[in-house]
Design a protein around this ligand. Structure first.
Ligand SMILES: Cc1ncc(COP(=O)(O)O)c(C=O)c1O
Length: 371
């Protein structure tokens, strides 16, 4: 089996832009030679999904011969009920990645621009290129989305503006007032997409994932995922909350059965288990803040993270650089994420694992820095 990059065919070519995509590389999961492996490279929930979601997934085995409900009606109703939203404005997808990509296909094409911040989530660029649109990135300030720089980068060709809030991989966030300023500045043909993949982890009282903005305006969309705090990354499940005209467009372009039955059943159960979700958020906050402090004390300072990972700075070169730290951690079975793909070669992104994982990372980084 080979998945190496191939040389382009002389006559059969995809649409312009497609071959300039650098394929997304997911977090590694192997550490050759290590006798135990702790994967902290993909921001998965170390506590796993709610036990009720696992039960629901098992119950879905009886339904394998059946096509799913194409409208994911039960799941949309559950999300609406638990979150206090209008089910008619929810569209579900096979991961929020699918919704990001559908938004690009539906709203941006050749000659159009898709805007995101300098260290924004990589799928925005990939999906923009796949749709034939032009990706545009605006500089950040202190590894945080800079609203003025984003506004300065908007043109009459801007069709989509993506903000991951909090952002992956920086962990930083924009408050409600800043989001409103951004929404106020949108050119007439542009949609603002607030990607709340990590929304459930945020504790800042000035934070809004986007629900109220979506309800108050006709040019703001919010996307969410079941892959992070709900612990269901394997099932590929996400949802968007959108103005009616955008929900209608997404429903036209999505696959007719894009959400499978096991995902929908597990997602409903996970969404209803609010106590479990809260428990995961509290655990994450405790260990995230503990780990950030320990890494800072060891000489690898972290941004203030609002998500389930920290972004630690090691340096680009020299004996204590990020690649050397990564190699040291990997030798001990700790798999974290290198950040060259995000233009952050001096940093490593480390998912907040359980207590044992956080202690193991803190201990390893302290030993590495002291050696
Ligand atoms: C900011 C952000 N948005 C979206 C996603 C995609 O999540 P999903 O698993 O729902 O496709 C991720 C996953 O890492 C993410 O970090």
């Amino acid at each position: 089996m080979t998945d190496a990059v191939q040389t382009p065919h002389p006559t059969i070519a995809p649409r312009p832009g497609v071959l300039s995509i650098a394929p997304y590389v997911g977090g590694e999961s192997k550490a050759p030679g290590a006798n135990r492996v702790i994967k902290l490279s993909s921001n998965e929930n170390p506590l796993g999904p709610s036990p009720r979601a696992i039960e629901a997934f098992k119950a879905a085995a009886d339904k394998l011969p059946l096509y799913p409900d194409g409208g994911a009606t039960g799941l949309r109703r559950t999300i609406a009920e638990v979150k206090g939203l209008d089910a008619g404005h929810i569209v579900c997808g096979a991961g929020s990645d699918e919704l990001i990509s559908l938004l690009c296909y539906a709203y941006a094409g050749p000659g159009d621009e898709v805007l995101y911040s300098q260290h924004g989530f990589l799928m925005y660029k990939i999906s923009a290129l796949a749709a034939g649109a032009t990706p545009v990135s605006a500089p950040e300030t202190n590894l945080t989305t800079d609203v003025d720089a984003m506004i300065a980068a908007m043109t009459e060709r801007t069709r989509l503006v993506f903000i991951a809030n909090p952002n992956n991989p920086t962990g930083t966030m924009l408050n409600r007032a800043k989001l409103e300023r951004l929404a106020d500045a949108l050119p007439p043909k542009a949609l603002l997409v607030l990607d709340g993949a990590y929304a459930e982890y945020v504790r800042d009282p000035d934070y809004e994932a986007g629900e109220r903005l979506v309800e108050a305006r006709d040019n703001v969309v919010m996307t969410r995922t079941f892959s992070k705090i709900y612990g269901l990354a394997a099932l590929r499940l996400g949802w968007a909350y959108a103005p009616g005209h955008v929900a209608d467009v997404l429903n036209r372009v999505r696959g007719p059965f894009n959400v499978n039955i096991p995902a929908a059943m597990a997602g409903e159960a996970a969404m209803r288990d609010v106590d479990y979700t809260d428990h995961c958020a509290v655990q994450n906050e405790v260990w995230r803040d503990w780990l950030a402090k320990k890494l800072g004390e060891a000489g690898a300072p972290c941004t203030v993270s609002n998500a389930n990972f920290v972004l630690a700075e090691f340096g680009e070169q020299g004996p204590k650089c990020a690649p050397a730290a990564d190699a040291f951690l990997k030798a001990g079975g700790l798999i974290v994420r290198r950040m060259e793909g995000y233009g952050l070669p001096a940093h490593l992104r480390i998912t907040i694992g359980d207590e044992a994982a956080c202690r193991a990372v803190a201990d390893a980084v302290a030993r590495f820095m002291a050696a």
